[in-house]
Write a protein that binds this ligand. Structure first.
Ligand code: ATR
Length: 262
């Protein structure tokens, strides 16, 4: 039986095992998908297991999407460009790193028929998934991308990869068509983002990478102000779908059942 894993820290709330095991069963594939909480030091050993065919594929989540790179034999062009890996597998006796977050985000927006072309985007946060979001936005034709992060150095680091980014201080606001919460603020019900949004006007898209809870205070605020809202559930499902395709060469179906909130 083949074995797949999602690694991260923390990992207990990951819904990847549920989704992948559902698709494995549906497609009659003899494999199991599990989750494992790791420390940074454990990464070489777990990748060694991929090399020795003890593990057939790994999804990587926070906070290891960048730090796994130095232990991999080869990267896909996309993973190299965003310096972020979320899908690992063995090919030609090498351990490969790929990135399905970029396409996951793009497909998530397509799913709601939202066009980013010529739009101004404001990103809050600079964590693991942000490089993928920036590249996706650029590929989709965003005209301006502004980013703000509590720790400004991390925002400046992103500007080294994406020179067209505009960085502003945490707590400052800017004119935007779409605002994205890519911080972990919102995972706890009481979390709030201190940002004065009272004058932003309507017809904006409030997008939260968080999908559990399905409506963070950030999204509730966007809704209250009369704007469209969307959480990160479809991005999550599409990145998983693309990872499944890489490992099993089957594009699994996205059923309504998978979209329900539990
Ligand atoms: P990682 O940074 O390890 O990749 P992440 O969950 O992807 O983890 O990112 C966490 C993001 O939420 C970061 O942008 C973080 O800001 P810092 O870079 O300053 O740490 C942001 N974040 C977490 N808690 C926050 C808080 N209380 N206020 C503002 N931003 C916060």
């Amino acid at each position: 039986m083949k074995k797949y894993l999602v690694i991260g820290n923390p990992i207990k709330h990951s819904l990847s095992p549920k989704l992948h095991n559902y698709w494995l069963k549906e497609n009659n594939i003899d494999a199991l998908y599990d989750k494992k909480e790791l420390k940074e030091n454990d990464i070489p050993e777990i990748l060694e297991q991929v090399k020795r065919d003890k593990i057939n594929g790994i999804n990587v989540t926070v906070p290891f999407k960048k730090s796994v790179i130095s232990f991999l034999d080869q990267l896909s062009p996309l993973a190299k460009e965003v310096e972020s890996v979320n899908t690992i597998f063995k090919k030609d006796n090498k351990v490969f790193g790929d990135n399905t977050d970029v396409v996951g985000f793009e497909k998530g927006l397509k799913h709601i028929n939202y066009s980013v072309k010529n739009k101004k985007i404001f990103i809050l946060g600079a964590g693991g998934v942000v490089p993928s979001i920036i590249l996706a936005l650029k590929r989709l034709g965003a005209v301006k991308i502004t980013l703000s992060n509590r720790t400004k150095e991390k925002a400046e680091d992103l500007k080294k990869i994406f020179p067209y980014l505009e960085i502003i201080n945490w707590g400052e606001n800017v004119d935007f068509d779409m605002i994205i919460n890519a911080t972990s603020l919102g995972l706890q019900k009481e979390d709030r983002i201190e940002l004065n949004l009272s004058k932003i006007g309507k017809n904006k898209l409030f997008y939260d990478v968080i999908y559990n809870p399905s409506k963070t205070n950030f999204l509730l605020k966007g809704e209250e102000l009369g704007n469209q809202i969307e959480n990160g559930k479809m991005m999550f499902i599409y990145q998983a779908q693309m990872a499944f395709k890489i490992w099993h060469n089957i594009l699994p179906k996205i059923h309504n059942k998978l979209l329900e909130n539990d």
